[in-house]
Design a protein around this ligand. Structure first.
Ligand SMILES: Nc1ncnc2c1ncn2[C@@H]1O[C@H](COP(=O)(O)OP(=O)(O)OP(=O)(O)O)[C@@H](O)[C@H]1O
Length: 134
């Protein structure tokens, strides 16, 4: 299930359990649910479009009839300078320079691993001119 914002004047934002709810986009696509039978990783979904806010609650897809085809994922969108929105799912591991999370790219539902860099603490002592280090 996908939400497409084709024509809104002020853009839309979709919150996934509170994540990304301030990421307002025009001409964007958001995944709302995977195919029937797939577990919903997103939690509560809220849609904000103009002054209208919509909350969608999904039925249990594990009981859906598999004979009905699900919608195709949209093709990769188009704008050059835009920043994709990611839903951060569980922590996969911690490396030397940051944390790796399982993420879902919202506009096409692709599951990816994303590393968030955490700069190491700077333990080099700086001294002001004229002072001596202890
Ligand atoms: N694509 C992935 N799929 C699943 N788990 C991953 C993936 N990439 C990283 N991880 C997990 O995250 C941990 C940290 O990954 P990372 O790439 O940061 O490791 P690293 O090379 O040891 O760290 P660094 O490059 O920061 O020194 C890995 O040990 C692994 O458990």
């Amino acid at each position: 299930i996908w939400l497409h914002d084709y024509h809104s004047a002020h853009g839309s934002a979709v919150g996934y359990n509170g994540q990304n709810q301030n990421e307002v986009r025009k001409s964007e696509t958001w995944i709302l649910a995977f195919e029937p039978g797939e577990e919903n990783p997103f939690g509560e979904i809220t849609i904000h479009s103009g002054s209208l806010a919509v909350e969608i609650k999904f039925v249990n897809h594990t009981t859906a009839d598999p004979q009905y085809p699900s919608t195709e994922a949209p093709t990769e969108p188009r704008t050059i300078n835009d920043t994709p929105i990611y839903f951060h799912d569980q922590l996969l591991g911690i490396g030397g320079f940051g944390e790796v999370h399982k993420v879902i790219r919202i506009r096409d539902g692709k599951v990816l691993a994303a590393k968030t860099f955490i700069p190491p603490a700077n333990d080099k002592k700086t001294t002001k001119l004229g002072e001596k280090p202890a």
